[in-house]
Write a protein that binds this ligand. Sequence first.
Ligand SMILES: *Cc1c(COP(=O)(O)O)cnc(C)c1O
Length: 357
Amino acid sequence: MTGLDDLPIRDDLRGRSPYGAPQLDVAVRLNTNENSYRVPEPVVEAIGKALAAELRDLNRYPDRDAVALRADLAGYLGHGITAAQVWAANGSNEIQQQLLQAFGGPGRSALGFVPAYSMHPLLALGTGTRWVPAQRGVDFGLTADEAVAEVRTHRPDVVFLCSPNNPTGTALDPAVVTAVLDVAPGMVVVDEAYAEFARPGTSDALALLPGHPRLVVTRTMSKAFGFAGGRLGYLVADPAVVAAVQLVRLPYHLSSLTQAAARAALAHRDALLGTVDAIKAQRDRIVGTLRDRGFRVADSDANFVLFAVGGDQATAWRTLLDAGVLVRDVGLPGWLRVTAGTPAETDAFLTAMEKLS
Ligand SMILES: *Cc1c(COP(=O)(O)O)cnc(C)c1O
């Protein structure tokens, strides 16, 4: 049998593990921040029609530049954003990979403030970009001064900011983004996968785009839209950034089926985004209930909650799994992350949590 180590694989990939959130067959799966609500029936029908209309033309390559889809995404975002400022790919993971291909790569570095999204260092690894893990402050906070000091020290080619941050859940003060933009020598990517779940009064980075050509905001339809299986992420930036990623994207990377399904989903955004308020209510219920029970809980602007288990998190994870609830061990000693889903899923989670009280 041939093992990985027998192959002439790149030295920097030796001994590494692939991204691997467990996909276990458990009744209550609250470990990957998916939207727990299934696609509503009228939207299923609309997507089905849109896909059917594409089938006869599958002999042809799709629109390489996904122009119609990008126009629809710009329309959804508002803020006067145009299609020329939007770029779409198979999930925001692919978007961020393209950004690192264009602005990172061998001899270059990318910096993130950990704990943050576990894919950022993996995408850096895959693109040969040196990863610089800068630390967050107390309670996973990040002040403008702390962020500026790290960027000044390391002078990375790409800075990743994540707001609301995964796995901690808290949104970033836009003043941190502007402070980093002022001192960063390269690109500043703000990963806003959870923007639609932010608490009232929280602002996103879209308003900062005018006058900041090195700012990139990445978004996704995987979370609030409940379209994780559809694989559609996008960036918003200066049109020059779109021109840059077009240099590295694979030709025809976004299939005509993906483009059609995403456009149909966007046309029904009111139905799809209709679950966001219900999910936010469950999130706030989880935060409130766990705090009432004496757990330390991070503030959340996302569809998940990070909580301290008061002991070893791997043991606590197993205890919850044995109680039929799958949550996420993000490798943060003493902490676990749970996705906010339906009221029934919250019931099951909070009941299982009684075993940890
Ligand atoms: C879930 C998530 C994404 C989404 O990735 P897709 O490829 O769009 O599904 C991006 N960033 C963060 C921080 C996430 O948690």
